[in-house]
Design a protein around this ligand. Sequence first.
Ligand code: F6P
Length: 324
Amino acid sequence: IKNIGVLTSGGDAPGMNAAIRAVVRAAIYYDLQVTGILRGYEGLVHGDFIEMNRKSVANIIQRGGTILKTARSDAFRTKEGRQQAYEQLKKHNIDALIVIGGDGTFTGANLFTREFNFPVVGLPGTIDNDLQGTDFTIGYDTAINTVVNAVDKIRDTAESHDRLFIVEVMGRDSGLIALRSGIGVGAEAILIPEANMGVGGLVERLENGRKDKASKIIIVAEGDEVGGAFNVGEILKEKFPNYDIRVSVLGHIQRGGKPSCMDRVLASRFGVAAVEGVLNGQSGVMVGQVNREVVFTKFDQAIKHIDAQEVSPAWLKLVEILSL
Ligand code: F6P
């Protein structure tokens, strides 16, 4: 292995730049060349490559987003697109790929590494934290802290007006952003797809909840079966005409901003481990951290969603006990 390609793909996540920096610096440390691939698999298919050196990753560890840019590529989902990508790699003498992204990224990487027997190692970069084989993904810690900061502000105004706020957070079909941030802001209730509480359960909780506390915060995961915060708002307005209800959808602010120290460290550790993994013959795997140890998990296992497994009844009971 002489030349490693690196790309970021799918939704960006804070800490991706720290990961790119770690990959580039580790590659240079081990006397390898590094090629940056722009806009994820789109740039791979079209040969949008740049040479990288230690200076091209200077002063980026603290920056959100990704200097390599990212995309969700339709071309790479096709066999012809992946064939084109393979030819580009050969043309540029790239011997291995490091891909930073989430489940979509690893689904593509899994097909590619099998079809062309080409070495690929992945780094988990997604705010959703929905991958197996790692306790945390790069970007999750920053995102939940962004949610906590935003909802603390919402709590100020909610309390001043005695209002009930329904706050929608990201996560696609995973409730893990909602779960931890909801506990962190002291939410009165959390709606997540894994728990299946439904609006019935929420109404019951509000009916039986404290009457002397006028402000309430309900965190709704965007993937919850009720269909988003506005739907929940409509249903609650009908059930509780006396409540003054407002809805807030936090949206893409959850993807931006400076990465937290935890995300920078995780990304740095993963970047170095990925380069060392490639040199040791690892392929078709994602780097992760489980119980503080670095581990490698096969792509097809990593992309199996964490659901009830992590969102165990103990977590949900915690929410119930604390929302009294
Ligand atoms: O996977 C990260 C994520 O932010 C999800 O939480 C969300 O559902 C999705 O990406 C939004 O994607 P887009 O930026 O393409 O609208």
